[in-house]
Design a protein around this ligand. Sequence first.
Ligand code: ATP
Ligand code: MG
Length: 454
Amino acid sequence: MDFAIPTHILAIMDRLEDHGYEAWAVGGCIRDSILGVSVHDWDLCTNALPQETAQVFCDHRLVLAGQKHGTTGVVTEHGVVEITTFRSEGDYTDNRHPGWVRFESHIEADLARRDFTVNAMAYRPRCGLADPFGGQSDLKNQILRTVGQPEARFQEDGLRILRGVRFAARFGLTPEPKTLQAMCDLAPLLALQARERVFSELCGYLPHAKVQDLLLFAPVLGEAVPALKPLYGFLQHNPHHIYDVYTHTAHVVEGVPPTLPLRWAALLHDIGKPQTFTLDQEGIGHFKNHAYVGSKMAWEILTELHAPTALREEVRNLVAFHSLTRDMARYPQDKPIRRVLRRLGETTLRNLIALDRADDGGKGTCSDPAPFDRFEEHLNQILAQHPCLTISDLALGGKELMAAGIPQGPILRKLLHRLLAEVGDGILENDPQILCSRALALWKEIEPCTNQNK
Ligand code: ATP
Ligand code: MG
């Protein structure tokens, strides 16, 4: 097995070895090397104590913040390389953190604390591969297996359950039966984990998610995002849908491109359905306003998970407006497309088309991508004309309107938006003089109303 360890990492390992210590590359970098995928982090471990490691690299800048837990960061021109003293951990009283950490002198003790066999391998150039738990054969057979008893390992740290989902999806691994059973049985432990860590694991998982693992790990995902639970088995009572809401959702998640806004929006797009369900006299199910209700729920779910604002806003918009482009795609027309473009912007509109495509394709009945293709073509034509999409695209701004006598304040903004709407709809030419006289005329029209309202 050839581990293509970069030279600056090898130099650090050699230096430790030359001082009489063992130096091992460990964890994800070994797993990824065996799989032949690119390695993004080379983590090292050693039998040198943290202060000994610091001594060996005393001519380097060091990051010492993690020394209590055994980690020394050595600053190189290629970034910080982390070297951690072999350690074991125990006494996880809160299902999250070890009560104690002990430094060890053998690599096997360090590998035993790691979560999954595929992550519990290490390589030492002078010695070879250390693989006491059969990680290499599990990788070959595409099996996800905990190091040690799965219940005990998940009880120690509940987040490992979600890490397992992420690794399984990312590397196409199937959990062995006991590991799967424990993941599902102990999934309620996820409620005890910090929400930002749950969010970060879900963000690592979603781009790799496939129908198969969304269904297999449904009990886990339902504990990570409890609002998903009512979707399980929820029948749609609609001849166009052969799947329950959750299975349909799984198809939509796999069907959208693997970006975070789209994967999150796909996961949450029908979250408002159970709450809005009604059955008509013909026995057909309806979900009036489910997009609006769902968008509010999506916002709350992502807020609770401490998601960044930009992601929350994009997902909220995508959930709120899903189906819009499907409806518009039947008869794509210039004006409505321009309006949606102004309202949502190009990126969101393109995301919306991708979501609606996947939504349509995920019903399990015959779907036709042609209307979406036509819609996209129409959109491309509109964009090629460099249309006015925001007030900053107008040929005149607030400054010019103020110079023409219009006072600063809400009226100014209102007028600019009216001008934008008219230019965008093609009613008005984007010319400074034309815009100015139109603004003055509109001001006269609006002002009496404004005064009345005062
Ligand atoms: P990635 O490519 O996602 O970074 P990784 O395997 O490097 O994958 P990290 O989270 O960077 O994952 O952790 C590095 C290593 O530390 C893991 O390979 C694993 O051996 C160990 N590890 C990390 N988190 C845990 C945990 N919660 N419990 C046990 N071992 C863990
Ligand atoms: Mg890593």
